[in-house]
Each structure stands twice: as C-alpha cells, then as structure tokens.
Design a protein around this ligand. Structure first.
Ligand SMILES: *Cc1c(COP(=O)(O)O)cnc(C)c1O
Length: 391
C-alpha cells in the first residue's frame, strides 16, 4: 500500500472565497453577470490581463472558480475545470484533444463508449479499442498515430486495475496524451497525474457529490491544456451551474472522511462475501487473493467502495437475490451514502451480445455493489437474509 495522503485540510480550506462579511464558508454567487467600475477595468478582464468574475457560462463566476481551485488541490493539478456532467467533461476532452485519433484501453464507461462509437465518429474522430493489458497492441496503435489515450481504472464492473504509470510512459514516447477516468477511485484513493497521466477525469455525480443529489464533472491537468479545454467548454456551453458548483464544493469537505468509510465498508463486505459458500468469486482489489491486488496496492492509496461478485447458480437466482435485498437499493449510479446494487446484465450492460460480455468477464450471475456509509453489520445482515432466501 502506497503512502496514505491526508487530504482533509485541502478539502476544507482550499478555494475559500474572501468575503467582506467574514463568512466562514464561501457564499453562493448565482449572478449570471458581473459589473465593472469603468471600461478600463472591463477591458483588463476581456483582454485576459486580469482574471475576474465576468459571465457564468464562461465559468468566470466565483462559485465555479473557487470549486475548481479545490478540485485542482485534491488532484494536485495546476488547473481543473468543472462541467455540467461527467459526459460533458469527457466529450469536451475528446473533442479538444482526441481529434488526432483516440485509443481506448480496456473497459470504459458505457456513455463514453457510445460517444466515441457514434457522435465522435460522425465528427471524424476514430477510436481504437484495445484490451487493457495488451501493451503490444497499444504500442502498434500509438505508432500509427493517436492524440489521446483514454483509460479507466478501476474498471466497471469487474474492478480490473490497469497500470497508469506504464501506460503514461508508452503514450509519452509517442507524444500522445493520456486521460484517466478516476471516477471509481477519486483523488483520495488514486492520483492519476502523479502517476504520469495528463488528465484526470471524473463524474462528480458519483463520489465527489457523494449524496446522489447532483450531476457534474471535472477534468484536471496542466494550466496550458486546461486553458485550451476551457475554450471548448465555453463554446459548447458545458460549464457547471453556480448552484451546483456551490453544492459540490460543500460535498468535497467530507470527501476524505467518506472515502475512508467507503473503503472500510467495502473491504469488510468483500471479505465476508469471499468466505460465503453461495458466492463463486469476489472482485475487489483490496482482497489479497485478487489478481489485481499487487498493482492496486502500488498505484492506489485505498481500494474504494465498489465491489462485484458472482453468485453460484443461475442468472435467475442472481436476479432473485437482487430483488430480495431490502436495505440495499436496486439502482444504477454509485458513490452515494446509501448502498446501491445492480446486476450489470439488467442495467449498465443490458442487451449487449454474449460474446462481448464474455470478453469483458461479465456473466448474468454478477452483482455489483456501490457500498455506502451504513453500519456494516446492517449491510451484512441484508446480504445474509437475501442469500438465505435463494439458498
Ligand atoms: C457515471 C460515470 C460517467 C458519466 O458521468 P455523468 O455524470 O453521468 O455524465 C463517466 N465515467 C464513469 C466511470 C461513471 O461512472
């Protein structure tokens, strides 16, 4: 396990707005526009000589920029940009930096796959899809030319871990940028930029928001790259709303605390499930027996709140099991305080061809948990009663 970084102080104090009334927390600026004393002062901002509040769709709003300072501090990035959703962040990133060709490494979020296979393709952006550990294929694709490699680790729903450092080194040999979707890990458990990635991307709808009550996204990187990305966000009108920025900034205060508890609860459930006679296999990088454990221990500071498992028996039994749970809610999405359960074949991977599912290692007996913040004994009791019911 790598050294554990304590982000608590940054999560609370970074990006604090100086307020004339001495407000202990930054106020919300829901104003769409900001005024100037005179034309000279306005021209300083319009001409880019001074950074100041100006117009909210440009992201030039104190509630947005102060959130971005906090997000950058957590990602240990020069800059961060906040978007209206995770897909807004990902699509802008691909349009800004993927026009020389994209490579997707391993399993990535379904929405990202759809965007690349359909809309990006219509715009002439081609994508090569490569297995996560096929470094020979990656080298060959990079040699043919690509401007952005996109990867996700841990991946959904198999929690497969891919090597960020090694991939970044390969990309950089060819002058290609690497983006890592860090939604499952969050900066508390994994720091893609420190491992060599050029961009860390997250759906803030998940752990960063943390309460299943907001939709947002973020990209972090160098000042130069983020300035370029900002032009796309501005023209596509994808900036986060000030109200959501304010709410997200508040959620970040408890991110380190929440992730610590998510990690602990998931580890406990993974160990419980791996010893259960009705469970075939548990997918959780925190289990020492997991094939992903060594790599995860090297590149992560914690193993996260997501875990999957295969039940023994049939897909119908797995469905019955999901329906029997009472405390855990059957719902897509993840990262909230409440534990959510999905059967990937009836949700994120619904309707996909069997050959594709087999290749991804997803069966109809697989259940995915977004482990919440409840008392872990109550979660175990819920699993136990549902397993008894299908035994
Ligand atoms: C949810 C999710 C996204 C998309 O985020 P939205 O906020 O729903 O647009 C992207 N990547 C991962 C890994 C996700 O879980």
């Amino acid at each position: 396990m790598a050294e554990h970084n304590d982000f608590s102080t940054e999560a609370i104090h970074s990006g604090q707005i100086e307020d004339p009334f001495g407000a202990a927390v930054s106020p919300l600026y829901d104003s769409t526009t900001f005024s100037f004393a005179d034309t000279e002062a306005l021209l300083e901002v319009v001409g880019g000589r001074k950074q100041a509040a100006f117009y909210s769709r440009y992201g030039m709003n104190p509630s947005i920029t102060s959130l971005e300072q906090r997000l950058a501090a957590l990602d240990k990035a020069e800059s961060a940009l906040a978007f209206g959703s995770g897909m807004a962040a990902i699509s802008a990133l691909c349009l800004a930096f993927g026009r020389g060709g994209m490579i997707c490494l391993g399993e990535i979020y379904g929405g990202t796959t759809v965007f690349l296979q359909h809309q990006a393709k219509l715009l002439g952006i081609g994508t090569q899809f490569i297995a996560s550990d096929d470094h020979a294929a990656l080298k060959a694709s990079l040699a043919q030319g690509a401007s952005l490699v996109f990867m996700e680790t841990p991946a959904n729903p198999t929690l497969k871990i891919s090597d960020i450092e090694k991939t970044a080194a390969l990309c950089h040999q060819h002058g290609t940028r690497l983006a890592v979707d860090n939604t499952f890990a969050t900066p508390i458990n994994q720091q893609p930029l420190a491992l060599g990635a050029d961009f860390a991307v997250q759906s803030a709808t998940k752990y960063l928001g943390g309460h299943s009550d907001l939709t947002a996204g973020v990209v972090s990187g160098t000042d130069r790259d983020i300035t370029e990305l900002n032009e796309w966000r501005k023209s596509l009108g994808q900036a986060i709303a000030p109200e959501i920025a304010h709410k997200l900034k508040r959620s970040l205060v408890t991110l380190p605390l929440r992730i610590e508890r998510h990690n602990k609860n998931a580890q406990t459930l993974a160990e419980y499930l791996s010893q259960h006679p009705l469970i075939d296999k548990v997918y959780y990088p925190g289990l020492v027996a997991s094939e992903n454990h060594d790599l995860a221990a090297r590149q992560m500071q914690g193993f996260g709140g997501m875990l999957s498992f295969d039940l023994k028996g049939s897909g119908a039994a797995a469905r019955q099991f999901a329906d029997r749970l009472t405390l855990m809610k059957l719902a897509p999405s993840l990262g909230g305080a409440e534990t959510l359960i999905t059967q990937p074949v009836t949700s994120s991977h619904y309707g996909l061809p069997k050959a594709l599912l087999d290749r991804a290692g997803i069966s109809d007996r697989m259940i995915r948990l977004s482990v919440g913040l409840e008392a872990v004994d109550d979660l175990i009791a819920d699993l136990e009663q549902a397993l008894k019911a299908i035994a």
